[in-house]
Design a protein around this ligand. Structure first.
Ligand SMILES: [Zn+2]
Length: 318
C-alpha cells in the first residue's frame, strides 16, 4: 500500500470502499489500495451503490446529487434535457431517478466537460434517446485514450454512442421546453473543456467543475487545467452571479452567490499561502506539513480531494 494511494482517499471514502469490497467478497482492501489509480477505482465502486438525491429547483428544473458530478434535468414537451451524466456505474440509479421525475422521454444531453464523472453515462443516455452536445475539447478528449496524471489513470476512448454529435467553440444558445439555455466556454480552468449552462428564465446556473461547493476541487493539469485558471473561472462565476440565481456546482450542494464568493476567496487564500511557502524554498511535503489550508480542511477536505492532494495541485501550479 503506497502512501500516495492512501493519501488519495479520504477516511470516509476509505470506509465506504472497504465495506463495498468486503460485501462483494471480490477484493480485499489491501488489493484495492495497491492500485495506483485508487481514487478513480474507488469512484467507480462508490457510484455503483451511492444513493441519488433528487432536488426540485425552479420551474421545470430538477437536480440529481450523487457520487459523481451533479446532474440537472430540464423537463417539458421537447423531452428531457440533461446536463451531465455521472459515473458509468451510476447509470442504473440515474436512469431510475430521471424516470421518476415524469414520463418525458430523454432527448438531449449536454456535458459540462469531458471527465468520467460527468460523461460516464453518455453511452447510456444516447441509447435512451439523447443527442449529445459539448464544447469541442470534450469530444477531442473522449475520442482518444486520455491520461490524467493527477489520478494516475488512463481513460480509454469512449464508445461511439458516447461521443458528442454536436460541438461548439465559445458560445452556444439553444431553446428547449420553453427555456433558453446559454452555454459558455471558460478559458482553461479545471480542464480546457469546461462550460457553464445558464437556464435563462429560471436563472439557474450550472457551473460544471469550475465550482465545488465546500469541497476542494480537482485540477486537471493533464488536459489544460491549472490553479490560476481555476481562480480565473471562479472570478468569472462571481461576476456572473445574481442575488436570486440558483447555482448548481459540479460537486457539492446547490448554492448561490455567497457560496461562489466563498469558493473564490478560499481558492485565492490557499494559493497565496502556498505560493509564499514555496517561494521560501519549502518542498511539497514541508508545505503540506505547514497546513496552509487548516482553516477549511475539516469541511472542504472530506470529499473527492484530501487536503494533501489539493495542496499538491496548488503547489504544482504556483
Ligand atoms: Zn471534472
Amino acid at each position: 500500500m503506497s502512501r500516495r494511494s492512501l493519501s488519495a482517499i479520504s477516511r470516509r471514502r476509505f470506509l465506504t470502499a472497504a465495506g463495498v469490497a468486503a460485501a462483494a467478497g471480490c477484493v480485499s482492501p489491501g488489493e484495492l489500495f495497491a492500485q495506483e489509480d485508487a481514487l478513480v477505482q474507488n469512484a467507480f465502486k462508490e457510484a455503483a451503490v451511492a444513493p441519488l438525491t433528487v432536488q426540485k429547483l425552479r420551474r421545470n428544473i430538477t437536480v440529481l446529487l450523487g457520487a459523481g458530478g451533479n446532474i440537472a434535468v430540464l423537463t417539458g414537451p421537447d423531452g428531457k434535457l440533461l446536463i451531465d451524466a455521472e459515473i458509468v456505474t451510476a447509470s442504473p440509479s440515474v436512469a431510475k431517478a430521471v424516470a421518476g421525475i415524469n414520463d418525458d422521454p430523454i432527448k438531449q444531453l449536454i456535458n459540462t466537460h469531458w471527465h468520467f464523472d460527468h460523461t460516464g453515462g453518455n453511452d447510456w443516455a444516447h441509447k435512451a434517446g439523447a443527442s449529445i452536445l459539448a464544447q469541442e475539447n470534450t469530444r477531442k478528449h473522449l475520442l482518444v485514450d486520455t491520461r490524467v496524471e493527477g489520478w494516475k489513470h488512463t481513460f480509454p476512448a469512449a464508445p461511439p454512442g458516447a461521443i458528442p454529435s454536436t460541438v461548439f467553440t465559445e458560445e452556444h444558445t439553444l431553446h428547449a421546453n420553453n427555456t433558453a439555455l446559454a452555454l459558455r466556454h471558460y478559458l482553461p480552468a479545471h480542464t480546457d473543456s469546461d462550460i457553464s449552462v445558464h437556464f435563462v428564465e429560471a436563472d439557474v446556473f450550472h457551473t460544471g467543475d469550475t465550482f465545488w461547493n465546500r469541497n476542494y476541487p480537482f485540477i486537471d493539469y493533464s488536459t489544460g487545467g491549472s490553479i490560476d485558471g481555476t481562480i480565473r473561472a471562479a472570478e468569472a462565476n462571481v461576476a456572473k452571479v445574481t442575488d436570486k440565481m440558483i447555482v448548481i456546482p459540479g460537486h457539492g450542494a446547490v448554492g448561490g452567490k455567497a457560496d461562489l464568493i466563498l469558493f473564490r476567496d478560499t481558492m485565492v487564500e490557499i494559493r497565496e499561502k502556498v505560493a509564499a511557502l514555496k517561494k521560501k524554498g519549502l518542498s511539497l511535503a514541508e508545505v503540506i506539513a505547514a497546513k496552509p489550508s487548516a482553516r477549511t480542511d475539516a469541511e472542504w477536505g472530506n470529499g473527492f480531494m484530501t487536503p494533501a492532494l489539493y495542496l499538491e495541485w496548488v503547489y504544482q501550479g504556483t
